[in-house]
Design a protein around this ligand. Structure first.
Ligand code: SF4
Ligand code: SF4
Length: 355
């Protein structure tokens, strides 16, 4: 049990003995304690590496956005099933046409809500709404420390000016803000300035270069813009660690590497329930069925998911650390591998064996 639960311990709540026992209980009984509502694929930014964003005319190809009434029905049933922590995200969630109605209802239901946003729309009526119905915390994606860098990454004018104003507004409302920066080639040289921005505002900040390609229709340039040399360095470190200390156990199922295994879920913008935002399956239509039934179906999917056959006989299996979401993003599906992906892993592995 302790090994299997390991992914969830990355959550902050793990540090607190009370939350730890709540999460352990949820895991043991498969209670959907943590959910994410991805309200919309719309966004006022157009980030090069985004795996969700769809333009309005692209949306019908992949489904339709749920109405406020549909989100509220799902939320009520999710609460009944045990959901306590709720992340509201997008795209840019504030761009859902009925955001105000959804937000008021979710807040009134008593969830511990984290709002994930680019912060650029937090002004006027929206700022008033958040002041009246504050989330428990806000995760803000910070893409640079100037409008010039935002223009290169997010392809918008005044992106930093708007995001900065939104962040300041949230801080004035005393809403705990956490900054997260995705690092790509276009903002790589700006990392220190982003860190400094977080420092002077006394905000927690983390940066990630782990950009995943989209298998959900977004026109992502992830493969072209990720900082490959840094990622390869990380891959080498990871393989070294696996070679020397902790080999990957191929008998451990893909979902056991997921922090949401047996206790969390995503409802993507078109009303499909999944366990990971990077996947394009399973398509469990919680929009058309009772939440509890969808959740049970998700657990069955998680338990049944296996690694692709190639991994079982691969000589690099002990050093190849991945999850179902990685395979989906890199190889297009959690059920298959590609020469391109495996070739990269095996090349590093062969070089390191030699060392
Ligand atoms: S990464 Fe975030 S801010 Fe950028 S386009 Fe996607 S949803 Fe919008
Ligand atoms: S290198 Fe490819 S086949 Fe081998 S374990 Fe990794 S993903 Fe599977």
């Amino acid at each position: 049990m302790s090994t299997e639960f390991e992914p969830a311990c990355r959550r902050m709540e793990w540090l607190d003995p009370f939350y730890k026992s709540v999460w352990e209980k949820a895991f043991a009984d498969a209670i959907p304690i943590s959910g994410t509502f991805e309200l919309t694929p719309r966004c006022n930014f157009n980030c090069r590496m985004c795996y969700v964003h769809l333009k309005p005319d692209q949306i019908p190809k992949y489904g339709r956005e749920l109405t406020a009434k549909e989100w509220i029905r799902i939320a009520e049933e999710a609460k009944e099933a045990g959901t306590t922590w709720l992340c509201v995200t997008g795209g840019e969630p504030l761009m859902h046409p009925e955001f105000e109605t959804i937000w008021k209802e979710l807040c009134s239901m008593g969830f511990f809500i984290t709002l994930q946003t680019n912060a650029s729309l937090i002004k006027g009526k929206t700022a008033d709404l958040l002041a009246k119905y504050p989330p428990r915390g806000a995760k803000i994606t910070l893409y640079g420390s100037s409008d010039e860098v935002y223009e290169k990454v997010c392809r918008v004018k005044h992106g930093f000016t708007d995001a900065d104003a939104g962040i300041r507004a949230l801080c004035e409302m005393k809403i705990p803000v956490q900054l997260i920066s995705t690092v790509i080639r276009q903002n790589e040289d700006d990392i220190k300035r982003m860190a400094f921005y977080a420092y002077i505002h006394r905000l927690p900040w983390m940066a990630t270069g782990g950009i995943k390609a989209s298998c959900r229709g977004a026109e992502s340039e992830a493969r072209q813009v990720r900082v490959e040399n840094k990622l390869e360095e990380q891959k080498r470190e990871e393989i070294k660690r696996r070679l020397e200390k902790v080999p990957v156990d191929i008998n451990r199922k893909p979902c056991t590497y997921c922090k949401d295994y047996r206790l969390g879920y995503w409802v993507v913008w078109n009303g499909d329930m999944r366990f990971c935002s990077f996947l394009n399956e399973p398509n469990i239509p919680v929009r058309d069925m009772p939440f509890q039934k969808a959740w049970e179906e998700l657990i069955r999917y998680e338990e049944a998911l296996e690694w692709p056959e190639e991994c079982r006989t691969c000589e690099a299996q002990k050093v190849c650390f991945k999850c179902a979401g990685t395979l989906a993003a890199e190889c297009g599906s959690p059920h298959r591998v590609t020469e391109e992906y495996c070739g990269r892993v095996r090349k590093i592995y062969d070089e390191m064996k030699g060392e």
